[in-house]
Design a protein around this ligand. Structure first.
Ligand code: NAG
Ligand code: NAG
Ligand code: NAG
Ligand code: NAG
Length: 364
């Protein structure tokens, strides 16, 4: 009999009002690149931080006034909001229309904390700990709950969603927290299942395959990753109790959503197509077919910000690409700070920009 052919684009017009809560250390830079590209190529307006800053008032609660060009009653002007913020729904709703699609991406707190320890080594809770194991063996020695950067070391996801990261929540409060996130967000993705996540996103937004194909951005060199023991993992779970509850809950709903929306079989098929397209683009776009360390980057305008103890990888483009492919490839590998500045320039050509961080000019 006839076989069903699944087209790569879901039915319905593509959604063009989107809020992405960019949770720290959860592959969110790669998702941001996808949103930047879609917005740029479809000529959409971004809710950008005032003065071309890199974050929307973080770590303070988001305020509509931290969006450049925001004036009360001006909501339909903005299509995409995706810079770092500490979520505060009523303020986001002052900027974005009510039909907006809200989503975010979560990461297993065990992986997230290993990553944030390396990345935020300079922040006060981690600065005196020799290792993550040492920090976790006596957190009270290193951790000051009142310090303004304490969230980097505890329940970072809960903090970004707007909750008190030091809260000693009862079981009932935990349930309220999960229900609040569920009601505010249409889709919660998981960085451990990045490709499945991108397929779900494509379907939910009615975007096409090329819009959601990406190369990993802001990722670390393997040498700066450390494996964790079972007991360390257990300590991370209880130290980050709120984040662990969030992750467990939305890991469950993630797989339920796949089952009711498309089924495992079609998901696997879509993931295969996505990986093939990524490989094809990597062969076309990238010198050597993959990422390189900062020393090997030829084009300094494509150099990612280096931060903390991590070594952040970048990409060299293949020379001699034609104009269309060259543009797509360049967009896919442009680091978020450069891309963000480009978009600010495009939306606000007259406004002055804050100067470039020194780390970007000087690659170490
Ligand atoms: C609405 O916001 C845009 C920024 O996207 C700004 O440039 C424009 O002046 C605002 N319009 C009104 C009517 O306030
Ligand atoms: C904890 O941080 C607060 C705010 O920065 C500071 O006032 C306080 O002295 C710190 N406590 C300790 C024990 O370092
Ligand atoms: C947390 O709250 C429970 C009661 O809900 C209490 O028994 C426990 O001592 C509290 N823990 C801390 C560290 O405050
Ligand atoms: C997430 O869900 C999958 C599928 O049910 C399961 O195999 C995995 O253990 C879960 N992960 C966590 C951290 O709960």
């Amino acid at each position: 009999g006839p076989t069903l052919i699944y087209t790569s684009q879901a039915p319905g017009p593509p959604k063009t009002h989107v809020v992405f809560l960019k949770v720290h250390k959860s592959a969110s830079s790669t998702v941001m690149n996808i949103l930047f590209r879609f917005g740029e190529t479809h000529n959409l307006n971004f809710a950008l931080p005032v003065n071309g800053a890199s974050q929307l008032g973080y770590p303070y609660y988001f305020l509509a006034e931290s969006v450049e060009g925001f004036t009360t009653g001006n909501t339909s002007e903005f299509n995409i909001m995706c810079h770092h913020m500490r979520f505060q729904q009523v303020q986001v709703q002052r900027v974005m229309p009510s039909s907006t699609f809200y989503f975010s991406i979560l990461r297993n707190p065990i992986h997230l904390m290993e990553s944030s320890f390396t990345y935020y080594k300079g922040s006060s809770p981690f600065s005196h700990a020799q290792s993550l194991e040492e920090f976790l063996s006596q957190p009270a020695r290193f951790y000051n709950a009142s310090a303004p950067d304490s969230h980097y070391a505890k329940n970072l996801m809960a903090f970004d969603f707007g909750f008190n990261h030091n809260g000693n929540f009862s079981a009932k409060h935990m349930q309220l927290m999960l229900r609040y996130i569920e009601e505010a967000f249409d889709l919660l993705l998981l960085s451990e299942y990045f490709d499945e996540s991108m397929v779900l996103l494509k379907e939910a937004l009615c975007w096409d395959l090329d819009s959601i194909v990406s190369f990993p951005l802001n990722s670390r060199e393997r040498s700066t990753r450390s494996p964790l023991s079972e007991s360390t993992a257990e300590k991370i779970k209880s130290w980050n109790r709120l984040d662990w509850a969030i992750y467990r809950h939305f890991n469950r709903t993630f797989w339920q959503r796949i089952d009711w929306s498309m089924g495992q079989e079609r998901m696997q098929q879509e993931v295969r197509v996505l990986r093939e397209r990524r490989e094809q683009l990597a062969k076309t776009c990238l010198q050597g077919g993959g990422s390189v360390g900062p020393h090997k980057l030829r084009d300094k305008s494509l150099a990612p910000l280096q931060y903390g103890k991590a070594t952040i990888q970048g990409y060299n483009l293949k020379p001699g690409l034609d104009e269309v492919m060259g543009q797509l490839c360049r967009r896919m590998v442009t680091p978020e700070l450069q891309y963000s500045r480009f978009l600010y320039r495009r939306q606000f050509p007259e406004k002055p920009l804050k100067s470039m961080p020194a780390e970007l000019v000087q690659v170490h």
